[in-house]
Design a protein around this ligand. Structure first.
Ligand code: UD1
Ligand code: CA
Length: 450
């Protein structure tokens, strides 16, 4: 049985106090919308329809960024969740199978929960995701008799007794696609908000002799974001759960509370992460890697048995092969470091390729930018770059080449050659003593003068 996703993302999110549409605010470096779309991947959807409205062009671009195959439909006026789902009808014309409605601002619905809903769909026509709310507040209430869901009543329209119900509506609904649109067609806006409620489909289904039921999940999954404070809470919860997942998968986090992960951070088994490490998007750390304290990553790939940090920065395009050592105050950007490369101190490697086992001395800089263009530095295998070498790109050094400390390398260095480019040293015996004497005498004279 195939499944379609309908993701509602048309709302403005007034309480965010933002020019950015709510669903594009980020949790762990990804728009909330992506989290919702990713959650939906659990059901291997054959079609995904995102309903955009407020700042639709931005929302559309973001949705397509995540999934170029997604269909984005526009809800011109936000007349309610039922009206929003109705906008997906044309895009799903002829689609046979289940439809699951998700909200773009409810990012954490789990795979397990969505699969449980599909399972329940096998014996019920309409399946609604509910949760026991600690504080039911203004959520819609689920009116049930036994396993049967009779109807959903919105807080605004609920009686006092109905408001006492603590089983609340998450908003996630699953039904046969054609059935869902049939039910939506019958929804009116005769209610306290004057909106077309998706939730009314349940009572309509029941009146038509269809069955409806509730699947429940933990309240933390249905967490919706309506304000910056709730956004930060969502971030906090994401971090906690992702850290726990990583530890369960065999990653050591010495001080988990101080490690910040991105939505897509991948870390392999037996890797160790010391305190105060920050992962931006697009980072993969393979197995048995040691990440030392205060390091920062973005768009980087680190192969197994490498060591990075403390105080290292890996920027987009940093590609470390196995057993690479990156030490303190080393920055790597758009550079491939082959097996066993060592760059242990105070170095910048940008737009570079460094051959296997090459040692990069302290204070080495690839001078990759001429103010307009970026240029590449290539170093062969088993080379030795002396401390304080400036590699002025474009420049190529062959296998086993060596540079003398303090050299500024502007010309290519052939394999096996040593390049020295610095003023020859001159030694003048006794001159230091003489100079000191002269300077100290001058100082003494000045002191007297005061
Ligand atoms: C909705 C449910 C409520 C549930 C709650 C859970 C209805 C009528 N009510 O209420 O039972 O407890 O969610 O959070 O469904 N949206 C559109 N177009 C619209 C209206 C909404 O795309 O015209 C989108 C919003 O951007 C949002 C989602 O649908 O992502 C939910 O809309 P919202 O207005 O927040 O619904 P609630 O009043 O919270
Ligand atoms: Ca809401």
């Amino acid at each position: 049985m195939s499944t379609a996703l309908i993701i509602l993302a048309a709302g403005k999110g007034t309480r965010m106090e933002s020019d950015l549409p709510k669903v594009l605010h980020r949790i762990a470096h990804a728009p909330m919308l992506w989290h919702a779309m990713r959650a939906g991947l659990a059901v291997e959807p054959e079609a995904t329809v995102v309903v955009a409205g407020h700042e639709a062009e931005q929302v559309k671009a973001s949705a397509l960024d995540f999934d170029p195959e997604a269909k984005v439909v526009i809800q011109q006026e936000q007349l309610g969740t039922g009206h929003a789902v109705a906008q997906a009808k044309d895009a799903l014309q002829g689609f046979e199978g289940n439809a699951i409605v998700l909200y773009g601002d409810t990012p954490f619905i789990s795979e397990k929960t969505l699969l449980a809903m599909l399972e329940a769909r096998k014996s019920h026509d309409v399946v609604v995701l509910g949760f026991e709310a600690a504080d039911p507040g203004r959520y819609g209430r689920l009116v049930t008799s036994g396993d049967t869901l009779d109807r959903i009543v919105e807080f605004k329209d609920a009686s006092d007794e109905e408001r006492d119900i603590t089983l609340c509506n998450s908003g996630v609904v699953c039904a046969d696609t054609a059935t869902l649109f049939d039910l939506i067609d019958a929804v009116d806006n005769n209610n306290a908000s004057g909106e077309y409620y998706l939730t009314d489909t349940v009572a309509i289904a029941r009146a038509r002799g269809l069955s409806a039921t509730v699947v429940t999940c933990d309240e933390s999954e249905t967490l919706g974001v309506n304000s910056r404070a709730e956004l930060s809470e969502a971030e906090r919860l994401f971090q906690i759960s992702r850290r726990e997942e990583l530890m369960a998968d065999g990653v050591s986090l010495q001080a988990p509370d101080t490690v910040f992960l991105a939505w897509d951070t991948v870390i392999g088994r037996d890797s160790e992460i010391e305190p105060n490490v920050v992962f931006g998007p697009g980072v993969t750390i393979e197995n048995a890697v040691r990440i030392r304290a205060f390091s920062h990553f973005e768009g980087a790939h680190v192969s197994s048995k490498s060591t990075v940090g403390p105080y290292a920065r890996l920027r987009p395009g940093a590609e470390l092969s196995e057993g690479v050592h990156i030490g303190n105050f080393v920055e790597v950007k758009n550079a491939v470091l082959h097996e066993g490369v060592k760059a242990n101190h105070l170095t910048y490697l940008g737009d570079a390729e460094i051959g296997a086992r090459t040692n990069i001395g302290a204070g080495t800089v690839t001078c990759n930018y001429d103010g307009v263009f970026k240029h590449k530095t290539t170093v062969g295998t088993d080379a030795f770059i002396g401390s304080d070498t400036m590699l002025v790109a474009p420049v190529t050094l062959g296998d086993g080449a060596m540079t003398a400390s303090g050299s500024t390398i502007t010309d290519d260095v052939p394999a096996g050659a040593l390049a020295v480019s610095r003023a020859p040293q001159v030694v003048k015996p006794g001159l230091a003593t003489k100079l000191f004497k002269m300077l100290k005498a001058k100082k003494a004279k000045q002191a007297k003068g005061n």
